[in-house]
Design a protein around this ligand. Structure first.
Ligand code: ADP
Ligand code: ASP
Ligand code: MG
Length: 426
């Protein structure tokens, strides 16, 4: 089947990437199964049966799996108990171990059910990354070995979330990064599509666990999905959507438990209509840091944000203001980067500046490409906070989104109200 297939061995993704256009391997489908989908031995057996059935129907599957649900959290907790400030090779090696268990069990289950499968860690495949531990980016994938298994009817079962540096250190791609492994493999191989099997049947107009009246979206554009992912919706890892958009890989998100169509993430020209707001998205774990008064001028800001960047801490919203006592600086970081941020602030900030850390914060956003052409969205957005009497700590906007940081306790109420206000309720 694979005769005539392109033989580009290495596809370079990521920074300053040179992209070799690859002919589509139209029968190959990358199938990624998330933590809940492989969360028990019974579920692993179901996944195995599904993969074999699809193979019998003519697909050439390449499987990517995450760690069994709860496992990565358990590993993070243990690491933090040893040293919450440590980030580096040992942390990534520990976190990557969950996927090793899942792919071994899944490969065994496929064999038990009569198929042929081989479990592969990132270093065995040749998924090379940069050296930014915990947030590594894929720089190249060697597709030769994968294709040779596919050619022989053997299902490669690849560990998601992990990579290997040029000098053989294990890295991880950031929480939720198995999606990115799957889409990057699909791009490198030129797969027909990348299926993401998960514990919800579709991408919804809001997280259905937060907003029960959320509706299923049958299609969503790369642009909106990227915005959702970057604003905290964990249904797809941000980098996976970025790679899909760049290499035009259609993502097909669907349920592991039901045979339903799910959601297609596609380019904007395939969208039928552009509602003003297509989703309400939240990031449940943001921390707001308030510094006051900071040294005047931009010198301090430049130094602070440079040092945060050097630690690979993603600063999200930044605001500054002045009063008669001086300059006030507020910014937000993800909760997982708080320990590193505090460590750095203790070194950089002088005694005369007070540091206030506001935990238990969430960011709530409305997103829609239709917003570009419709005035008044911000007005409707802030009216909801007024009606609900919810204080807003930070705000940020772009032409297709508005976000506000609120106390976690107010998140659900305001999310449901926004969802209703923008006519998204089922
Ligand atoms: P997996 O382990 O399969 O990767 P994740 O937990 O990472 O699954 O992602 C799926 C979860 O994403 C769902 O259980 C759901 O709670 C959450 N989610 C957040 N926003 C959305 C959304 N807009 N649509 C669907 N699910 C969402
Ligand atoms: N197991 C990893 C995590 O929990 C990767 C993933 O699930 O995609 O973050
Ligand atoms: Mg996930």
């Amino acid at each position: 089947v694979l005769k005539g297939i392109s033989c580009f061995i290495v596809c370079v993704l990521g920074y300053g990437a040179m992209y070799e256009p690859i002919k589509t391997n139209s029968a190959i489908v990358v199938k990624k199964f998330g933590g809940t989908s492989v969360g028990s031995l019974e579920r692993i057996a179901n996944v195995a049966a599904r993969v074999i059935a699809d193979q019998k129907a003519g697909e050439l599957p390449i499987v990517v799996a995450s760690a069994m649900s709860g496992e990565t959290n358990r590993l993070v907790k243990m690491a933090n108990e040893v040293d919450p400030y440590y980030r580096g090779p040992a942390y990534d090696m520990l976190l990557a171990s969950g996927e090793q268990v899942a792919i071994s069990l899944l490969a065994m289950a496929i064999e038990k059910a009569g198929g042929k499968a081989v479990p592969l860690l990132a270093h065995q495949v040749g998924i090379q990354t940069d050296t930014i531990f915990s947030k590594a980016r894929i720089v190249s994938i060697d597709t030769k070995k994968l294709l040779s298994y596919v050619e022989k009817g053997i299902v490669p079962v690849v560990a998601g979330f992990q990579g290997v540096t040029a000098d053989d250190q294990i890295t991880t791609l950031g929480r939720g990064g198995s999606d990115t492994t799957a889409v990057a493999l699909a791009a490198a191989i030129g797969a027909r599509e990348c299926e993401i099997y998960t514990d919800v049947p579709a991408v919804f107009s809001a997280d259905p666990r937060l907003v029960p009246r959320a509706r299923e979206l049958s299609r969503i554009s790369f642009e909106e999905m990227m915005e959702m992912a970057s604003l905290g919706s964990k249904v797809l890892h941000f980098r996976s959507v970025e790679i899909a958009a760049k290499y035009k890989i259609n993502i097909h998100l669907r349920s592991s438990f039901e045979a339903r169509e799910g959601t297609w993430v596609v380019s904007e020209d395939k969208m039928l209509e552009n509602p003003v707001v297509s989703s309400v998205t939240h990031d449940p774990s943001t921390v707001v840091i308030k510094l006051y008064p900071v040294p005047e001028g931009v010198g301090f800001l430049a130094d602070l944000f440079t040092q945060l960047a050097e630690k690979n801490i993603v600063v999200d919203i930044i605001t500054q203001s002045f009063d008669d006592r001086g300059q006030r600086l507020n910014f937000s970081v993800p909760e997982e980067d708080l320990a590193q941020t505090e460590l750095l602030l203790a070194k950089v900030v002088k005694k005369e500046t007070s540091v206030e850390i506001m935990r238990e914060m969430s960011k709530i956003s409305v997103i829609g490409v239709g917003m570009k052409n419709h005035p008044g969205v911000a007005a409707r957005f802030f009216q909801i906070f007024k009606k609900q009497e919810v204080p807003v700590h930070l705000v940020t906007t772009s032409d297709i989104k508005i976000s506000a940081v609120v106390d976690k306790d107010n998140l659900k109420r305001v999310a449901e109200a926004l969802h209703k206000e923008f006519d998204l309720d089922v």
